[in-house]
Ligand binder design. Structure first.
Ligand code: GLN
Length: 544
């Protein structure tokens, strides 16, 4: 079949969840047997989000091919189980860079280079790149930002042209917000009407409207919106807040979003999507009664999106352990030895978060020492793993002032040090060790058992690394370097086998955990946390 293009735009306000709606539609089309991918076009000038701090744009996600990407790509993978690549995330910065490079090469043969047609043609070219591989039946393109933003205009113009050129092979879904005014006790449709009008001014007629709302929108109100916006009544779909984002595909299907989109694209839907495995996941999610309490120690705890992939991986792992996730954020800047008992006592497991720089680092050492001494299941990710190594060096190997050269350039014991290949790097953007690398796990190690395999591939994003000249000292003292890269011998996983569950990974397993294929190391960590919780409950009741 011809590749079909679905564009998803948003209006009224940002943060409506275009990524979740795009992912849910992709999930349904995939469950109908189609090959689907989702791409995100972001209207900012950064070449990629790798140089943005989490306060600006939440977590930076990393694809297997080493692209620092928008966090929505994480949702795409979690909902579809289909890996994304650099081609799935394009920014205005990349578009302009390509055009300017072409101009310098002389490709435009003396023409004046302009937003229309040169920037819009470059956007169109990039929209179609994945389609041209022949690997996909559907390409869903999410346009970042909100209709009406100055910076989104070239994207809307490109979408307008593509729809015009593609006839039946392209359609547009527009997401808006229907607010509920408590004082008037009323849902309000006017912002949606305005938003659609604005889209129409750009020459785009939406085929489907998805209305985000906190309350059910009555059918007559949806009919009114349909009339005002030139959209078929059945193509006005509501997306009411749900207890879990993983419920959204089911809610979209119950309103026939997948069928409506297929018909718009000239396809006849047959039968039902096969959502069995997904529904099994939801059943476990809703059936779980007991909790598992995990503490996340990091410095961005006030930001909902800063540790998005870790949160989702833990949530999936808890569900597969038939537990509700009770996630407690512990601010690493505020954690001291004096309040460690109060803040860490009662946790079934602790995660030490990834990160950069000195701020909040001492709190991570406090947490790690406390967890090691109390034998609490502990999982260090990237900087968290590096902190495990440093804390062990200071308090067990007796190497006072051991550190990472990231935090202290002149440390006498650089147990974590800049990687050799990083020493000549001067630019910050896209220059870390990025993407998936193989890791060989020691037979019999807890990690190898968790994965059920002695060779795994996981994604990285770092410049600093375990210093191999200290390896023997760590091994002798009980911290085992159980995972290493087979080519470079970089240490990727450390463990304390004497503890219940104490593992640090230099890589980020959270980037490869999906609803239908949860990452085994997260599942095993939560399993250990559940067991530890039961053990404590058992000893408490024995005392009473
Ligand atoms: N700052 C550390 C490094 O660059 C860890 C990075 C991370 O946690 N992603 O190696």
């Amino acid at each position: 079949m011809e590749t079909k293009y679905i564009f998803v735009t948003g209006g009224v306000v940002s943060s409506l969840g275009k990524g979740i709606i795009s992912s849910s539609l992709a999930c349904l089309l995939k469950a109908r047997g189609y090959r689907v991918t989702i791409q995100k076009f972001d209207p900012y000038i950064n070449i990629d989000p790798g140089t943005l701090n989490p306060y600006e744009h939440g977590e930076c996600y990393v694809t297997a091919d080493g692209h620092e990407a928008d966090l929505d790509l994480g949702h795409y993978e979690r909902f579809t189980n289909v890996p994304t690549t650099k081609a799935n995330n394009v920014t205005t910065g990349r578009i302009y860079r390509n055009v300017i490079e072409k101009e310098r090469r002389g490709d435009y043969l003396g023409k004046t280079v302009q937003i229309i047609p040169h920037i819009t043609d470059e956007i169109k070219h990039n929209v179609k790149l994945l389609g041209k591989t022949g690997n996909y039946d559907f390409i869903i393109t999410e346009i970042g930002g909100t209709v009406g933003d100055i910076e989104s205009l070239p994207y809307l113009e490109a979408v307008r042209q593509l729809r015009w050129e593609s006839g039946n092979d392209a359609c547009c879904i527009h997401l808006t917000y229907v607010p509920y005014l408590h004082a008037a006790k009323e849902l309000k449709t006017k912002p949606t009407q305005h938003s659609v009008k604005q889209l129409q001014e750009a020459g785009i007629q939406p085929d489907v409207l998805v209305l985000r709302t906190e309350k059910e929108i009555p059918a007559d109100m949806r009919g009114k919106i349909a009339r005002f916006c030139n959209v078929a009544p059945e193509a006005v779909v509501q997306s009411v807040d749900t207890p879990s984002i993983y419920q959204v595909p089911v809610n979209m299907h119950s309103q026939h979003l997948d069928e409506i989109v297929m018909r718009t694209l000239g396809l006849a839907p047959e039968g039902e999507p096969d959502m069995q495995a997904w529904m099994d996941f939801l059943t476990r999610l809703y059936d779980a009664e007991e909790e598992v309490t995990i503490g996340l120690v990091g410095k961005y705890v006030e930001l909902q999106d800063a540790y998005k992939s870790i949160n989702e991986s833990l949530f999936q792992a808890a569900t597969y352990n038939d537990r509700k996730l009770n996630l407690r954020y512990i601010h690493s800047e505020k954690l001291t030895e004096q309040d460690a008992d109060m803040k860490l006592g009662g946790l079934d497991g602790v995660i030490i978060a990834p990160g950069f720089g000195q701020r909040g680092i001492e709190g991570k050492f406090v947490a790690l020492k406390w967890c090691r001494e109390h034998d609490v299941p502990t999982f260090g990710i990237c900087l968290g793993m590096q902190c495990m190594v440093i804390e062990f060096a200071r308090n067990v190997l007796g190497l006072a002032d051991a550190n990472s050269t990231e935090m202290d350039h002149n440390t006498p014991h650089n147990v974590i040090d800049l990687m050799e290949e990083q020493k000549s790097v001067t630019d910050m953007g896209g220059t870390m060790r990025l993407g998936a690398y193989d890791c060989v796990l020691r037979p019999g190690s807890r990690s190898a058992m968790a994965y059920g395999s002695e060779r795994v591939s996981e994604r990285h994003r770092h410049r600093f690394e375990f210093n191999n000249s200290y390896r023997q000292a760590f091994e002798n003292a009980g911290m085992k370097c159980v995972g290493e890269n087979p080519d470079t011998h970089l240490v990727e996983v450390v463990e304390l086998p004497d503890q219940r569950w104490y593992i640090g990974t230099q890589y980020h397993p959270e980037y490869s955990s999906t609803v239908l294929s949860p990452n085994p190391i997260f599942v095993d960590f939560v399993k250990a946390a559940v067991a530890y919780g039961k053990e404590r409950a058992g000893s408490d009741s024995a005392k009473n």
